[in-house]
Design a protein around this ligand. Structure first.
Ligand code: DOR
Length: 303
């Protein structure tokens, strides 16, 4: 059974990755995750300078899922290289750098720096963080900017370039097409959905930033629809994200047109989720007589 996923001419060993921001820089989960069976580790966002992130509380559990307003808190590219990369480079799974910035120049500087000082497997370009005033979603909702940024970054690296899309747009397919036109090798689909929680006793939003990003089971139908719509609009592979807790959720994403998936919120509930999902995908493929992941896509043209 072939479980590999081809992205930009390179192979991921299997389709189950750990989403950016949910597994830190790897060492935090060392005792809990078997990195030999992880398809890819997406790092927490890396920016040019270290970032403190937004004021606390910035994570809230709701009955619908997790709300976060982290605000791209991270150690910055220099400390990433000196403090985090030495650990990450030894891991047996592909490590993909999630790149963020306040403007296109910052994205370009981070990629150039990481190209010079690391051997990351590839990059995931985060143009979809809903929790920052500059960069993030302000870049990822404007097709012309998305195309121009992707093209600029394309010229800076031969490595796989994955653009992470926001669901907080009217038409996700026009953003997907812009990223493809700019030279993206794949698309991650989706980042969190803008949401809110109110403290009825204090009579104000629980999170000081007011709105935040919703993740978890509630956003799975949104993610599935986005993957399906993007699948019908571009030819490059799609990595499905959003509410994947169980193997069946991952299988739905693969059937909707994803070539790989990322586990996010579920890692906070059970760190063994990626392994469980990979096993579930394998036994489903065995049952169905699938020999490769492409077999998942045999059905949807008939839908
Ligand atoms: O929901 C999110 N939170 N998406 C991101 O892309 C980044 C993160 C944050 O740091 O706020």
């Amino acid at each position: 059974m072939d479980l590999s996923v081809k992205i930009g001419g390179k192979l991921l060993p299997n389709p189950v990755g750990a989403a950016s921001g949910t597994i830190g820089y790897g060492s935090e989960y060392e005792a809990l995750v078997d990195y030999r069976t992880l398809g890819a580790l997406y790092t927490k966002a890396i920016t040019r300078e270290p970032r403190e992130g937004n004021p606390i509380p910035r994570i809230v559990e709701t009955t619908a899922g997790l709300l976060n307003s982290i605000g791209l808190a991270n150690v910055g590219m220099e400390r990433f290289v000196t403090e985090k990369w030495t650990y990450l480079r030894e891991l047996p799974c592909p490590v993909i750098g999630n790149i963020a910035g306040s403007d296109p120049e910052e994205y370009a500087e981070v990629i150039s720096f990481l190209e010079a000082h690391t051997d990351l497997w590839g990059y995931e370009i985060n143009i979809s963080c809903p929790n920052v005033k500059k960069g993030g979603i302000t870049i990822g909702t404007e097709p012309t900017t998305v195309e121009r940024l992707t093209r600029t970054l394309r010229d800076l690296t031969p490595k796989p370039l994955i653009v992470k899309l926001t669901p907080n747009v009217t038409d996700i397919t026009e953003i997907a097409r812009a990223a493809e036109a700019g030279g993206a090798d794949a698309l991650s689909c989706i980042n969190t959905v803008v949401g809110m929680a109110i403290d009825i006793h204090k009579k104000r939003p629980v999170i000081p930033q007011k709105t935040a990003g919703l993740s978890g089971p509630a956003i799975k139908p949104i993610g599935l629809a986005a993957v399906y719509r993007v699948r019908t609009s571009v030819r490059i592979p799609i990595i499905g994200i959003g509410g994947i807790m169980e193997p069946e959720d991952a299988i739905e994403y693969l059937l909707a047109g994803a070539s790989a998936i990322q586990v996010g919120t579920a890692l906070f509930v059970d760190p063994h989720t990626p392994d469980r999902i990979l096993k579930g995908i394998k036994s489903y493929m065995e049952q169905e007589g699938f020999t490769s992941l492409q077999d998942f896509h045999r059905f949807w043209p008939e839908w």
